[in-house]
Design a protein around this ligand. Sequence first.
Ligand code: DON
Length: 535
Amino acid sequence: MGDTAMVVSPHPLASEVGLDILKKGGNAVDAAVAVQFALAVVYPRAGNIGGGGFMVIRFEDGSTDAIDYREKAPLAAERDMYLDSAGDVISGLSTLGHLAVGVPGTVDGLIRAHKKHGKLDFASLIEPAIQLADKGYQLTITEAERISRFQQGFQDANTVKNVFMRDTFLEGHLLVQKDLAHTLQLIRDNGREGFYAGETADKIVAEMQRGKGLIALEDLAQYEAQWRRPIKGSYKNFNIISMPPSSSGGVALLQMLEMIEPYPIAEWGPRDLRTVHLLTEAERRAYADRAEHMGDTDFYDVPLDRLLDSAYLDSRMLDFSMDSATVSEAIVAGDFKLLKESFETTHTSIVDAEGNAVSLTTTLNSNFGSKVMVGDAGFFLNNEMDDFSAKPGVPNQFGLVGTEANAIQPGKRMLSSMTPTIVEKDGALFLVLGAPGGSTIITAVFQVFLNVAEFGMDLSEAVDAGRFHHQWLPDVIAVEKGTFSPELIEQMEALGHEFREVDRMAVIKAIHVKEDGTLHGVGDRRNPDDDAKGY
Ligand code: DON
């Protein structure tokens, strides 16, 4: 709890960095930049400078902004680059190793965000990360376990040995990252050029050449993060401010909310058959639209107005019946492979002393991305290329399918599900939230918002509550163990729904501004390192 300002991030050391910046008079954007650089050091499985992300900002006067620093396909990328001569997807090519890497956007995004909205000196924001890399920090048990678990991937994907490659990592191990400290210093001293040109760029390109990857100097020189107009919509007396393409998150969230708005779910309750069935059916429809219509708006004419049109969304629910599940047309069954692995993106929610809010999600995609670390530069590269649709109808690692809208093109951004979101209630700041969790991010944000807004849950309860997820294909509800009673599952099955139990899905980090102005920050029990710090 805090009276003044709050940071929620996936790691205590990063939250501490953010809190310090806020106490020094930095605003929410300053803190977000500092936290993201710190996460690149202390949360290497997802925090990054070799990946990309999105930041949504709401200033205390109600104005908003958003920046898209999602990765791009390299200029040498080709539509069918992951297919064999028979036209089938080659397993693993878009997820492991050099060909999986998209052109990183994080450094340009953070620098632009700071230039436009920051208050403190850039060097002071990146310095804590440099110190953490240079002096080292002690691994938490979760991280030690994670780094140990991915040793094989590191061995398979790397051309140069690095500090992450050794037999055992234990809790308390001091992880010193001198190469990363040096790269961060280059960024501190040279800004964007410290990453996209000169020594770092040369190292990235050399790494690509050793591993037959595609990124060239020109890709790096040309990379630019984009300012976007946030996606906005309303649900009853709430305004939702979220991320437009190249994420699908904001659009899908607004679609689902609009589809369910006419129904009295508060009266029904969160675990009532009618509520669960209705939310599932709204999710199914939004993800079907995602698969068909959504991609990078710089390359594809996404029918945004149409997708968010009330009449259209009403019509989407015309075939909704309280008595039976709709059948998702079976194109190709996806699967939930990664749901068995774990979700590693990072989300950070921040409110500063003036009431400005930032919701920021950033990722390498899988744990440690492509597992490739840039030789002698100390940072992992993403495997975001897997978020493209490698072939129409063939599911990616999240079981998501896509079509032309999200086909690979040189310089195009791959479609994301990241949903950094800010909510107003009666015009005032109410919630800041987001999550890692691949395709399950959007439904998690949807359900946590409803838990607070409709079901009157306290934010911790809302985040802790079990979640369920339907993404059109595969035509199955993924549900966290213990979420539904056996009776509810039986009733849902009688309507024609199928279930698959999973351990956990998206991992929410959120801040609730209570009526008396108190800030309630909440990390998620699903990640033991999640940490809220406020004052
Ligand atoms: O942008 C996306 O939707 C994914 N690359 C996010 C990846 C993610 O959340 C990883 N965690 N499961």
